[in-house]
Write a protein that binds this ligand. Structure first.
Ligand code: DX5
Ligand code: ZN
Length: 213
């Protein structure tokens, strides 16, 4: 069971302190949302910031690429020192090749689908993925509400693959986390619910004890 705070809604003028607060609070991974203004409407940050984040925490970095042409950028993120690189099935024509390339770069390979994309679109590549990220909001922004039917996709995927790492991203808070856990999620991305709190460390601890306590 993994809590992965997403820094998208962190204080970027004080990012190191925010990340360290989640680490002290018991976070397992740090989730990095990479957005290009094309695949999603928002723009966030790139491999340069990822490399700087790598220097300020020992936690595994979970890099979620919401970008067009991910094949052109995976090497830069691997070089930045991230552990997981997750790409969207909707963003590439050659998902099989891309997942293999991520592993060849020495990273764990993740594949993600948007809420409207059926599970069937990734069925053939499940054995090439170390992690499947089921988006529970339309990607682009923090602070949205979890779309309930996405948990049905989690349930079906968990039944197909009992040992797979299944991650959920979007709208996870103290109320929705237990529902996602019950559906079969084992990796929980939490953005605004942690970084919007007054005390980031305490809030991270609250999520960790709800999940693991
Ligand atoms: C959404 C991003 C998420 C986002 C989650 O496009 O992929 O990782 O930061 O934020 P919350 O937890 O606020 O929904
Ligand atoms: Zn994300």
């Amino acid at each position: 069971m993994i809590i992965a705070p997403s820094v998208l809604n962190a204080n970027f003028l004080n990012l190191e302190a925010d990340i360290k607060a989640t680490e002290k609070g018991g976070a397992d991974w740090i989730h990095l949302d990479i957005m290009d203004g094309n695949f999603v409407p928002n723009i966030s940050f790139g491999p340069g910031i990822a490399a700087q984040i790598r220097k300020c925490t020992k936690l595994p970095l979970d890099c979620h690429l919401m970008i067009e042409h991910p094949e052109q950028h995976i090497a830069e993120f691997a070089k930045a020192g991230v552990q997981y690189i997750t790409v969207h099935a909707e963003a590439t024509k050659h998902l099989d090749r891309l997942l293999n390339q991520i592993r060849e770069l020495g990273c764990k390979a993740g594949v993600s689908i948007n809420p409207a994309t059926p599970l069937e679109d990734i069925a053939e590549v499940l054995d090439l993925a170390d992690l499947v990220l089921i988006m529970s909001v339309n990607p682009g922004f923090g602070g949205q509400s979890l779309i309930p039917y996405c948990l049905e996709k989690v349930r079906r995927l968990r039944a197909m693959k009992p040992n797979l790492q299944i991650e959920i991203d979007g709208g996870v808070n103290l109320e929705t986390l237990p529902l996602a856990k019950q559906a079969g999620v084992n990796v929980f991305v939490v953005g605004s619910a942690i970084f919007g709190a007054k005390n980031v460390e305490e809030e991270t601890r609250r999520f960790c004890s709800l999940l693991k306590g």
